[in-house]
Ligand binder design. Sequence first.
Ligand code: SAM
Length: 300
Amino acid sequence: MSHIVYTLTSVGSTPEGYNQQRPKTKQNMKRVATVTGNHNRFNTISYLQTLYPGVDNNPNEAPLASFFLEKTVQILHDERNRFGNQKVLEFGGGPNLSSSLLLAQYVDSIRFCDYAQSNLAYVSDWIEQKSTVFDWTNYFESILTIAGTSKEKRIEWESRLRDALIRGGLSICDVNDPDCPILSGKSDDYDIIFSSFCLEAACLTIEIFNETIGKLVRLLKPGGLLLLVMVRNESFYYVDAENFFCLSLDETKVRKALQATGELVDIHIDSADTTVEDQKRNTMSDFDGEMIIHAFKTIK
Ligand SMILES: C[S@@+](CC[C@H](N)C(=O)[O-])C[C@H]1O[C@@H](n2cnc3c(N)ncnc32)[C@H](O)[C@@H]1O
């Protein structure tokens, strides 16, 4: 990405990292950014074009995208008899419809929420089949292939996704708002709660992360599946020229948060490390691995 500014200094994993001006230099090519981003300035189309052109197309994303997709496909398939098939909450979905495409093949309704109005407006346009500047064909076909389904089924899968999103609805959410309507919703409501690359980008502190996990688990039905995709040890990420703070998380912190709820069983964390080559190629962020986390809410 051509707009990236390289700096020498590191950004702390606390909100104090915001708005600090750092000296610009190209000497140190480790991409440690001055964090100024606010997700109201999230460039929806740039994000989609950079991250979701197709699993094989983007050198920034490709190896981890296939790990994440293959694992998600496998978990949903292997656990399909364990969770109910009514309602999903996709939390912090951004403008990314690819996970919901998979989830919609298992459930009737998906409540899709995000912080940025521009992302929800994009999803709404997609539901209404307005011509948008982003075409999912390539990425969706990659998903169908990973799921072992013929590409010819794409229209049918998209139609299930539209129906599920219409039934579930779109909502604003904010993990940092103690009164967030989604997080304060009805207990024991969802069969699956899914979130990808959101909590590390959204939670300003580890306390808010722990609380958010607790709130999400409260919303899950007993026996329901919590499925999270996260990047490890990320302190920032870029969308176009805008860079965003991330809370640095790893397996230990995530496991601790999940166990602290006292309501989750069969906690699994699958990790993949990024190679040194991946890290050099990645001009968008500084994570060093990816984690796919799944667990079930206890049945009392
Ligand atoms: C890296 S994007 C991930 C989007 C999408 N889930 C994906 O897999 O591509 C991070 C998302 O977190 C959302 N976000 C940022 N701040 C948030 C907050 N305070 N509460 C909830 N979501 C937030 C952003 O709007 C953005 O869509």
